[in-house]
Design a protein around this ligand. Structure first.
Ligand code: GLY
Length: 390
């Protein structure tokens, strides 16, 4: 599965998408983490700002762009040229960015490549790509020679709203997602909304699931905004998407600043992910995209909240209606429920062998429920794993 559409043509955005009359304002959001603090710049056409940043860091002996062949078709050439024109010497390392390559052998291959081209502790890495590039590039950055500096240029909606910042880096094991990794923050993040215009449709929708998650866990206003602007969202209107990425970035930055290493508050970001990750693991990371699993996971976990009498049915109906309108799935078909239950037992979010889940108390509010009975989990899985054409 690749992130970006196959034709390297930004004009390939949906025909009905009205060009934005004015360029949306660029904003910088602080991820306020004391000595690990950094800026997340959100806007359109950020090339110049990226070049300025890298030039400012050019005491670094080497600058290396880590990306994937697919993303490189669109974005690495222009970035490399702009940096070279500004006097930087740039190396590029490309690696596959699908979830099944987010594994330790890929990390080893990248690290060996860095060593071969003479990178040392003063090297600056630029991770240019989606969630896999940011997660794995971050892990390389955090561990190569015990840590080098890196910046993230998230190119997918999912990475701009989630994986591109917050400091979770790592890779998957066969038995579970993200089971090897470290918390370590990037030096800066540049989320250029223009990158979203080249995304393949299903990759774009993949990110929309995480956007809905922020509405459900934190911000009823965001949920309303999405409900009112479905057409603009689906048409990738630049102003609308800038506003949405900014809002999601602010929410996550606030959560991460309160709880960098997921001791408490940050766990709210896992809404939809306990069941969603288990769906991904049970299907070998290949059949369904992350966001699609999170979409089904959010429905299942909201259904669980309904069964536990934490919410009333309008909360579930509102979530399902928005997911439908955005073209996101509420159910999956043909997955063995025992495999999903097994995958949940490997989840790193489990504590003392118990299933602790983030469940909604309404739209915009969640709580952590400890020790959810496995039979109840099975019951909701039986409702969302059905024959359904998506
Ligand atoms: N992706 C969830 C987190 O960053 O905590």
């Amino acid at each position: 599965m690749s992130n970006h559409a196959s034709a390297p043509n930004p004009a390939s955005r949906p025909a009905s998408s009205p060009a934005s009359p004015r360029r949306p304002r660029t904003q910088t959001i602080d991820c306020a983490l004391g000595q690990n603090a950094y800026a997340i710049v959100v806007g359109v056409e950020l090339g110049e700002k990226i070049v300025q940043y890298v030039r400012g860091a050019i005491d670094r002996d080497k600058v290396v762009i880590l990306s994937s062949p697919k993303v490189a078709q669109f974005h690495v050439g222009p970035l490399k040229s702009a940096l070279e024109q500004a006097g930087c010497e740039i190396d590029v390392i490309l690696f596959p960015d699908s979830e099944e390559y987010k594994i330790l052998p890929t990390v080893t291959a990248i690290a060996e490549n860095l060593a071969e081209i003479g990178c040392d502790r003063h090297t600056l890495l630029i991770n240019c790509g989606g969630g896999v590039v940011c997660d794995m590039g971050g892990f390389v950055g955090a561990t190569y020679m015990r840590g080098v500096r890196w910046i993230n240029l998230p190119t997918t909606l999912l990475a701009q709203c989630d994986a591109g910042f917050g400091g979770k880096t790592g890779v998957n094991l066969d038995i579970g997602k993200n089971l090897v990794g470290v918390f370590r923050q990037p030096a800066a993040v540049f989320s250029d909304i223009n990158y979203l215009l080249t995304l393949a449709e299903d990759e774009y929708k993949n990110g929309l699931a995480e956007v809905v998650k922020y509405g459900m866990i934190w911000d009823e206003g965001l949920m309303r905004y999405l409900e009112r602007n479905v057409a603009k969202v689906l048409n990738r209107n630049l102003s609308t998407m800038t506003a949405i990425v900014r809002r999601c970035t602010r929410i996550k930055a606030e959560i991460v600043a309160r709880d960098e290493q997921e001791a408490g508050t940050r766990r709210v970001l896992n809404f939809g992910h306990t069941i969603g990750h288990a769906l991904e693991t049970a299907t070998g990371y290949q059949r369904f995209r992350h966001g699609f699993c999170i979409s089904v996971g959010m429905v299942a976990e909201t259904l669980l909240a309904l069964k536990m009498e934490l919410i009333e049915s309008p909360t579930l109906e509102r979530l399902e209606k928005l997911l439908d309108r955005l073209g996101l799935p509420r159910a999956a078909d043909d997955i063995d429920i025992d495999r999903i239950m097994n995958a949940m037992t490997q989840d790193k979010k489990r504590r003392h062998g118990r299933h602790n889940l983030i469940l909604p108390l309404g739209v915009g509010e969640v709580c952590e429920v400890e020790d959810v009975p496995p039979n109840l989990l099975r019951e909701v899985l039986e409702e969302v794993i059905v024959t359904f054409d998506w």
